[in-house]
Design a protein around this ligand. Structure first.
Ligand code: ACO
Length: 283
């Protein structure tokens, strides 16, 4: 690739995915642009998430990046400059597409894992936070670089920083524009764990496998509950959680009964030590 012959990647090719071992491995696929998010990529990611969400051939979605980046944030040329030149309508349209798929991902039907293989900047914090869990390579780099090119961390990035970091760390991270590596990101709470790059996919696959062994209705109810109760009063949360479990029962009224049976009657498992055997449900 040269400056004279830049890759014009087709919209359909800006996101790649495969289903393997009951996991949807979805990738930002603009490695030549460090997977920065252009309107095309955002549009395609929205479509891919739509296409996949209710398929029953996978139970966990993993979001990673092709090449050296997870995502270098928003595309400064195609998302910012070119849309600004077209006027407010284009800017708002591009924002809707980007924020739209991050919102979809925050409330996705299946559990989601961010597998951060490399650079993660600015707008990338939107999908990072949208994923339920996050794992990264020790040599991944995380940064709110907005201040370095003259804007505030928008598109939710400031909100993500204060959701995941202490006040002092969020302020330092946003104002200084310095990057942190994977181990620091784990220490700060941006991700669950940081592991050597060579072990990243295996560790994520291991976590996905554990999730695949849990009751899927309970997982969706749980991930939503953890996000929802953050901003509720204790009393509101208490009430929401009662209603949420009762709503979950309308999708699966037998799972928890089977779990209790396997523990109390059959004595085949202990909830304190693992999940009940899903395959016996309805048998
Ligand atoms: N927007 C537009 N183009 C980008 C972006 C981006 N965010 N990130 C990388 N690219 C392009 C480069 O312009 C370059 O294009 P070219 O080949 O046509 O010249 C290509 O991707 C490769 O980038 P390099 O900078 O050559 O890659 P390198 O590996 O040396 O550096 C790094 C990687 C550090 C990620 C660098 O590309 C970078 O700083 N990117 C911008 C990161 C950033 O600040 N993002 C915005 C955050 S703020 C927000 O999202 C709102």
């Amino acid at each position: 690739m040269t400056a004279q012959s830049p890759i014009e990647r087709a919209e359909a090719d800006t996101v790649a995915y495969e289903i393997r071992d009951n996991v949807a491995w979805v990738k930002f696929n603009r490695p030549e642009k460090r997977n920065c998010m252009s309107p095309k990529l955002n549009r395609r990611m929205g479509e891919v998430l739509d296409e996949l969400e209710f398929r029953d051939d996978f139970g966990v979605l993993v979001l990673s990046g092709e090449g050296s980046a997870w995502s270098a944030g928003m595309d400064l040329k195609e998302y910012f400059r070119e849309n600004e030149a077209k006027g407010l309508g284009a800017t708002r349209g591009a924002q809707r597409e980007a924020y739209g798929w991050w919102r979809r991902l925050r409330w996705y039907q299946k559990p989601t894992i961010a597998m951060v293989n490399g650079w993660c900047f600015g707008g990338g914090y939107g999908p990072l936070f949208a994923c339920d869990l996050a794992f990264c390579a020790d040599d991944a780099q995380f940064g709110l670089s907005e201040i370095n090119w003259g804007i505030l961390p928008g598109g939710g990035a400031s909100k993500v920083a204060v959701e995941l970091l202490s006040f002092r760390r969020a302020m330092y991270h946003a104002m200084m524009g310095e990057n942190v590596d994977g181990k620091t990101a784990a220490d700060w709470g941006l991700v669950n764990e940081s592991v050597p790059a060579a072990q990243l996919e295996a560790r994520v696959a291991e976590v996905a496998k554990v999730l695949l062994g849990k009751n899927a209705v309970a997982l969706k109810a749980t991930k939503d509950a953890i996000r929802r109760v953050r901003i509720m009063s204790y009393d509101d949360a208490e009430d929401y959680l009662i209603r949420a479990q009762e709503a979950a029962n309308s999708y699966d009224n037998e799972g928890r009964k089977e779990g209790i049976k396997q523990f109390i009657d059959d004595k085949t498992f202990k909830p304190g030590l693992g999940a009940y055997d899903l395959s016996k449900q309805g048998a």
